[in-house]
Design a protein around this ligand. Structure first.
Ligand SMILES: [Zn+2]
Length: 282
């Protein structure tokens, strides 16, 4: 599932390619993914794109917004004038629209934006911009790394919680934007076992973990996001972070930490595939 880095990349891509564009028509092919008065978006100009954890808000000049959560397999793909010409020879790109296209935005310029989703868990909500902050998803969201999650706040999360540290990191109401892949990578970076009960971490470990969360999220963005699952950027291109995992998806392989010699193990924790090296992560 796309996490903070991937959704941030979508936000930047939308800002670059569709901000300032006026929606001239909208085709909804799968109504159950769409909530609200979608026709209100027609005639609106996109003035900004905001991100709330893993959700996007596309704000229009007419006081309406489109809240979008891509969930597992949603994609937002731009096609139009501003598309770099090198993409015309990229064999990875899908033809659009196709069987997985559920919503098509057409702009006055002739450009288009497609919402594709193979598993159809994502959603688009059309609502007044003033109502975005009170969407249950947004209202419950915890503080975010790089934004309002201070180190002091982060330390306080650990005090009384006896759940495994990994489960805590993935709780969107406590830390927004960190999902399974980045939680695995951050714990490896910090040499902390995913099973360690949060309230047993020492200050120094919490400090390292905080730095490691910022590091792996930044790495994810620098590599264009992770495309282990289905992530594509706004131009439809794969990210590259999956080629730089230190622990995720490496079951049975040698630990990448110099001098460790351990073997990466896999288990299910809170229902999610969890990878760790039992030798260097304690
Ligand atoms: Zn190791």
């Amino acid at each position: 599932m796309p996490e903070l880095p991937e959704v941030e990349l979508l936000k930047r891509g939308l800002t670059k390619y569709v901000c300032g564009q006026t929606i001239s028509s909208l085709v909804v092919k799968t109504p159950r993914l769409v909530v609200g008065e979608f026709r209100q978006a027609i005639g609106g100009t996109i003035v900004q794109v905001r991100r709330f954890g893993k959700m996007l808000s596309v704000d229009l000049s007419n006081g309406w917004s489109i809240a979008i959560h891509v969930k597992m397999t949603g994609r937002l793909i731009y096609r139009g004038e501003k598309q770099p010409t090198r993409l015309s020879v990229n064999p990875d790109l899908e033809d659009l629209p196709n069987a997985h296209t559920h919503v098509i935005f057409s702009f006055r310029s002739g450009d288009r934006l497609f919402y594709n989703d193979v598993r159809k868990f994502g959603w688009l909500k059309f609502l007044p911009t003033s109502a975005i902050a009170s969407l249950p998803f947004v209202a419950k969201l915890g503080p975010e790394p790089f934004r309002n999650l201070s180190f002091e706040q982060f330390v306080r999360l650990f005090g009384k919680i006896s759940r495994p540290t990994k489960t805590l990191l993935m709780d969107q109401e406590r830390v927004a934007g960190v999902g399974n892949i980045y939680a695995n990578e951050a714990l490896f970076c910090a040499r902390i076992s995913p099973l360690r009960k949060a309230n047993t971490l020492r200050d120094k470990e919490i400090n390292t973990l905080y730095e490691c969360i910022l590091k792996v999220l930044q790495d994810g963005m620098n590599y264009g996001g992770s495309s282990t699952d289905s992530f594509r950027d706004v131009l439809g291109q794969k990210g590259n972070y999956q080629n730089h995992y230190k622990v995720y998806d490496r079951e049975g392989k040698r630990c990448k930490r110099k001098g460790c010699g351990g073997t990466v193990k896999k288990m299910k924790l809170s229902g999610r595939g969890t990878y760790w090296c039992p030798v260097c992560q304690r």
